[in-house]
Design a protein. Structure first.
Length: 587
């Protein structure tokens, strides 16, 4: 048997009471108007007045969603809205009364309208305020968990409206915003961080805007483990989506110098080809290009499913799916000839370190030859700018993947100057990518553990995929060719600390951590620079690595030799002397 929802019960309850209040108010208004002796000729007028008001007022209450407002969270904005609707309904009644008077059908004394308005307004407001007043006085905990909102004023207002509308388990007691203080929003006091800490206000939940730096928030409020943290991810007047804080929120770096205007100028109205368009990085690059007004997107990927998935997401841009491998140069040439891209963003690569260690030739062909093919096609067909996605593993590489990407960097840097501006952008791990440890840890936690970590001291840099991709586009927009840009990834994170935080956030305290030894080609610490030499840009989040000169003819010959022989490690080390292969560290 289907049960009636709380929302439906609330609507029916208030609907019935509002009808009763209208009937009661109309009757009392007539009683007061005629000194409690209503002439018989006005009996029909009472009925018509009540019926007209019920139809008008109840319809307006439904239209303006008055019945969706939470009873126990009824607030100032709700009061204002309700008063406006009652006034509007009374004005409509006044107009209707005037029409009836002109047609001589019926006479409704105008004083009745005024008296009824004040009686109805008082009773309707009293009913809606009653529960909150009762709970605040006698059962404060029943209002919900004492909650603090950290957001700008517009978003804080949306969160408050959403809480007030819904049957929520949160009871807002403060808004924190350093730009405003000693004001109220929706009846709630606004404090700066310092003011809030000085007042030592007790709270159980922090609701934080998605744009707030979560790490700084923890530091500023000294948030303990028993405090819930919710992140507001989307907003409308009465609907705000709240979700539990994730480890991605804690690790995210939100660059303060993101220049969206420069990115838009770089992307807008251009034809852009993205290789590896269905991968973690490539697909986000496509989303960002759509966001910044690309004219046409050429999506190139050899995976049918990945290509289909990203194509389904892109609804407001001319997107062309090309199912090709970057290894097939002749097919690539035909794609370049047909679509004439102005910008090429090369994200296609084999990136999973242990898998690449087991498939060395395939990695060399896909990563090195594939990149070489795309660069050669870009130059041949007059592409304005070529952008290669690189990795921190290319710095003093200890594995095949990092070494192949370092060769790609060398080819990109030393192919520049032939009419196409060629740049590379190097960064570390992105959160939530297909090869990230975070999805793996989440699955292990869901299965009851243990979480497996290769080494207690292993560290990695992390950045959210959207942030990394926007900085990639920003770096590309300022590149003049030949640069290897390095994104500021912040401080490296110990993977064991990451695992412990994920266990804590999951609420499962009995998850063990097991150390299994470093995997083939894996090193303890990743680096972003080959040496201490770097060049600053106008943006603190973007630096430029010291260039490495390598005669392009010699590099082509060395790559050809690499493909011809089976002494892969020796030939790789010849091209990348700093390559120090570590393949048996887990023994």
């Amino acid at each position: 048997m289907r049960t009636i929802s709380t929302k439906t019960k609330r609507r029916v309850f208030f609907l019935l009471f509002d009808i009763f209040i209208i009937l009661f108010s109309v009757f009392i208004a007539y009683e007061l108007r005629f000194d409690f002796t209503i002439p018989k000729q006005f009996y029909i007028s009472i009925v018509f007045t009540a019926l007209i008001l019920i139809v008008i007022r109840i319809s307006l209450f439904a239209y303006f969603k008055i019945y969706d407002i939470s009873w126990r969270h009824f607030g100032f904005n709700d009061t204002t809205k309700l008063i406006n609707v009652v006034i509007f309904s009374t004005l409509l009644l006044l107009i209707f009364t005037y029409i009836l008077r002109l047609t001589a059908i019926l006479t409704i004394p105008r004083s009745i309208i005024a008296i009824e308005f004040f009686i109805s307004l008082f009773l309707i407001l009293a009913l809606r305020i009653s529960k909150r007043l009762y709970l605040e006085k006698y059962k404060a905990n029943a209002l919900g968990k004492y909650s603090v909102i950290v957001a700008d004023l517009d978003n804080a207002n949306s969160i408050l409206r959403s809480i007030n509308k819904n049957t929520s388990s949160f009871y807002p007691i403060a808004v924190i915003n350093d730009e405003y203080k000693q004001i109220k929003i929706n009846g709630i006091d606004v404090y700066s961080y310092d003011e809030f800490k000085m007042k030592s206000i007790s709270y159980e939940v922090v609701i934080v805007d998605k744009n707030v730096d979560i790490k700084q928030l923890y530091e500023k409020l000294s948030i303990s483990d028993n405090i819930e943290v919710k992140v507001a991810t989307s907003y409308s007047d009465y609907e705000t989506k709240l979700q539990d804080i994730s480890v991605e929120d804690l690790l995210a770096r939100r660059p303060q110098d993101l220049d969206t205007q420069t990115i838009q100028a770089f992307i807008r109205n251009k034809t852009i080809l993205v290789t590896g368009a269905g991968g973690s990085i490539g697909s986000e690059i496509c989303r960002q290009c759509e966001k910044y007004g690309v004219k046409k997107l050429i999506l190139l990927d050899h995976s049918e499913y990945n290509l289909y998935a990203i194509l389904e997401e892109l609804n407001s841009v001319d997107a062309v799916p090309i199912m090709q491998s970057v290894v097939d140069k002749e097919l690539l040439k035909s794609t370049f000839r047909k679509f004439k891209p102005e910008i090429v963003i090369h994200a296609a690569a084999y990136k999973h370190v242990p898998l690449v260690e087991s498939n060395i030739r395939e990695a060399i062909v896909n990563n090195v030859v594939g990149t070489k093919n795309v660069i050669d096609c870009a130059i041949e067909h007059g592409v304005e700018k070529f952008v290669m996605i690189s990795t921190d593993k290319a710095v003093r590489p200890t594995n095949i993947m990092g070494t192949t990407k370092r060769i790609c960097e060398l080819y990109a840097q030393n192919s520049n100057g032939k009419g196409t501006d060629i740049v590379a952008v190097r960064f570390g791990n992105v959160l939530g990518s297909s090869g990230s440890v975070i999805p793996k840890f989440k699955k292990q936690i869901e299965e009851g553990g243990p979480i497996t970590i290769t080494h207690p001291d292993i560290t990695r840099y992390f950045m959210l995929i959207p942030e990394a991709c926007e900085l990639v586009l920003q770096a590309a927009s300022i590149g003049s060719g030949g640069e290897i840009f390095i994104l500021d990834m912040g401080e490296p994170v110990k993977i064991v600390d990451l695992a412990k935080k994920m266990i804590e956030l999951s609420g499962k305290r009995n998850i063990d951590i097991k150390f299994i030894g470093l995997r083939p080609g894996e090193k303890l610490y990743e680096e972003l620079l080959i040496s201490d030499s770097e060049v600053s840009t106008e943006y603190n989040s973007i630096k430029i690595a010291k260039p490495t000169i390598y005669d392009i003819e010699q590099l082509n010959a060395d790559i050809k030799e690499l493909l011809a022989n089976e002494n892969y490690l020796e030939d790789l080390k010849k091209i990348v002397p700093e390559f120090h292969h570590q393949n048996n560290l887990h023994k």
